[in-house]
Design a protein around this ligand. Structure first.
Ligand SMILES: [Zn+2]
Length: 97
């Protein structure tokens, strides 16, 4: 008798990603759902995505494609830092980063 294969989930791997000065957390749709009831819809293109990036300075979750696009022209404004920090602290706690 075969044992069912052990399921490996791509969940539970929210992590901070290196994005210059920006605070960004890579998190799956499931993680965002568990953390804050997010439906896993990209805040930029409106499509459902299994994985994405929480961008603290925008307080938005983008699919990988939109995240790559955003990175190209993202400009960092030091005056946004306090809000970014606050958003990041809040979500990193929820996501267990
Ligand atoms: Zn998108």
């Amino acid at each position: 008798m075969h044992r069912p294969p052990r399921l490996t989930f791509r969940n539970d791997m929210a992590r901070k990603v290196d994005c210059g000065k920006f605070l960004v957390i890579e998190a799956t749709r499931d993680e965002m759902h568990r953390a804050c009831g997010s439906p896993g819809i990209c805040d930029y293109c409106g499509k459902v995505s299994d994985n994405g990036y929480y961008i603290a300075v925008l307080n938005q979750w983008f699919c990988p494609k939109c995240y790559e696009e955003w990175k190209k022209d993202a400009r960092y404004y030091p005056e946004d830092r306090p809000v970014e920090e606050r958003n990041y602290q809040y979500y990193s706690k929820l996501l267990g980063v």
